[in-house]
Structures are given as structure tokens and as C-alpha cells.
Design a protein. Structure first.
Length: 296
């Protein structure tokens, strides 16, 4: 079984009432998420979804897309979430872009007529990057290593993490899945790029999360509105090099956080721990300091 699906199932058995996802002030316990994954997987199987397929479906903000992705993994298939706009292609056209079939919003599964689209490796290890892009493979041992390292370093099972994600780019949700696999709580905020600054900043102020993983678009958004300060975050993880203005914006916005600079090609243990001033100075992005996170 895919490691994410297995991990959610184990947490649901051990602590069924633990909150897995928080969405629009509603809590979704692990037991409910596990049950929804199983129910969705059975429904997909009855409609004709089979292992090894790359299945397109209409992605919507909220827990639904997370459950659908996990249900496909449970079947040994892979999800291809797509988002459509008025001027964009119809959802059914996704089957012409490399997917083996499309789940209609009403539940029917439309198989692609063309053969030969099956991925050469088990689909449970695939993530699709979105419309027009090729699927990529995440090998199971790499997925598990990242989760175990993050749990050891940050005790994610006892943390609430704000998940700023783009549901049309499942690769951007790896951090969210890591928290779920560790048994933590994700305060879900899909498609944050489309929110007004006032709405985004309200969520940053009111969230119960104390750990934030910075998406690439956030420094620019914060920089466009001066004076936004979010003091409750204890840890901020940055997964890509940033220029000095972007680091300054983040340090001003999260003045009470320890900044962890992480080159994701290295292990979690290679993260740096910096106070805001050292983070702004850009100290040793690729060099591991011996200093330890006082919150870990």
C-alpha cells in the first residue's frame, strides 16, 4: 500500500479523533479521512479504475482533492488533478494529455481510447505535475525517508502546520502529505495565490498552526503589503534559495520564528537553523550548522 494511505490508516486506528485536516473552520479527524479514502477508492474501483492508471479528475479546493488522490493511490493508480477556467480546455480533454482516463464530476469514469499511456513504474509512486506536464516518479524509499526525517526533526505528529498549496500542482502538496503521514494536523489553504491579500493575511493571523513551509509565491505577496506581521509561527521552512529582499520580507513578517533553510536534495538533518537576522544575511544556505532548533 502507498505509504501515505497506510500512515493515515494507522493513525486512524491509534487515535481516530485526531484532527487530520482543518478547512474553513471545520475539523476532519483521521478516522473520517480514512473512511472517506476507502469509500472513494471502492467507488472508483466499481467505476472501472484499475492499478497502473493515471486518472484525471477535476480538482476543487479543500479536503476532497486530498481524499481523491489518496483513494487513487490506494488502488495503485495515480491522480492527475486538473483545474479548468472559462477560457481553458474542458476537463474531458485531460485524457488527451497523457492520462488513461477521466473521472467525471458526476462519478463516471471515461477511459481514454488511446493505448500505451500506462506508466512504466507502479502508478502509486507517481505524482503528476499538472496539465501539459509529465508525471514524475517519487520512489517509495525516498518518500518514506523524507517523512521519517521530518518527523524526527520537527515532531510533526504533535504539530499543526499551515498548508499553503496549489491543488493543481500536486508536487506542491508533498509537504502537506508529509505532515499527514506523520500524524500531524494540516490547516489547509488551497490555491492561496488566488486569495485577496486581506483574506490570506487573515488566515495567517488566525491559524492555530505554528509551522509554515514557504511556497515560492509568498515573499512577493507579503512584500506587496507592508506591515504584515505574524508572530505565532515558531518555525518557518524555506526550501529554495531566496534573494535578500525576499529574505528581508519574510524575516519582517515572521519575527519570532526560527528559519530553517533546507536544500531538499539533502536530508532533513542538513537544515540550517537561523534567527531572522542570520536568515536575512543569507548565512550558509547549503552548509549545515551545528546549532539546534530550540523548538524541535
Amino acid at each position: 500500500m502507498h505509504p501515505l494511505v497506510s500512515a493515515i490508516h494507522e493513525v486512524a486506528k491509534r487515535d481516530p479523533g485526531k484532527v487530520a485536516l482543518r478547512w474553513k473552520c471545520n475539523d476532519f479527524p483521521y478516522a473520517a479521512v480514512d473512511r472517506q479514502i476507502n469509500t472513494r477508492a471502492l467507488a472508483m474501483q466499481l467505476k472501472g479504475v484499475r492499478a497502473g492508471e493515471l486518472v484525471a479528475f477535476e480538482a476543487t479546493p479543500g479536503p476532497e482533492t486530498i481524499v481523491s488522490m489518496a483513494a487513487l493511490w490506494a488502488l495503485g493508480a495515480a491522480g492527475f488533478p486538473i483545474q479548468t477556467a472559462a477560457e481553458g480546455p474542458l476537463p474531458g480533454q485531460a485524457i488527451l494529455e497523457g492520462a488513461t482516463g477521466f473521472i467525471h464530476p458526476e462519478g463516471d469514469y471515461i477511459k481514454a481510447a488511446a493505448a500505451g499511456n500506462e506508466p512504466p513504474l507502479p502508478a502509486s509512486l507517481w505524482l503528476h505535475q499538472g496539465s501539459g506536464a509529465r508525471a514524475i516518479v517519487v520512489k517509495e524509499h525516498r518518500f518514506s525517508d523524507v517523512l521519517e526525517g521530518a518527523e524526527k526533526r520537527f515532531s510533526l505528529s504533535s504539530r499543526t502546520v499551515l498548508g499553503l498549496t496549489n491543488i493543481g500542482q500536486p508536487g506542491s502538496m508533498i509537504d502537506l502529505w508529509a505532515v499527514l503521514a506523520a500524524g500531524g494536523t494540516v490547516d489547509l489553504l488551497n490555491d492561496h495565490e488566488t486569495l485577496t491579500p486581506a483574506c490570506l493575511f487573515q488566515h495567517l493571523r488566525e491559524t492555530e498552526a505554528d509551522l509554515l513551509i514557504i511556497p515560492s509565491a509568498l515573499p512577493q505577496r507579503l512584500g506587496d503589503s507592508s506591515g504584515a506581521v505574524f508572530a505565532q509561527f515558531r518555525d518557518v521552512i524555506v526550501t529554495e534559495p531566496l534573494d535578500n529582499p525576499s529574505r528581508t520580507v519574510l524575516a519582517d513578517a515572521f519575527p519570532c520564528a526560527i528559519f530553517h533553510q533546507w536544500d531538499t536534495s539533502a536530508g532533513v538533518e542538513a537544515m540550517n537553523d537561523n534567527c531572522p537576522a542570520d536568515f536575512v544575511a543569507g548565512n550558509d544556505y547549503n552548509h549545515h550548522h551545528d546549532s539546534k532548533d530550540p523548538h524541535a
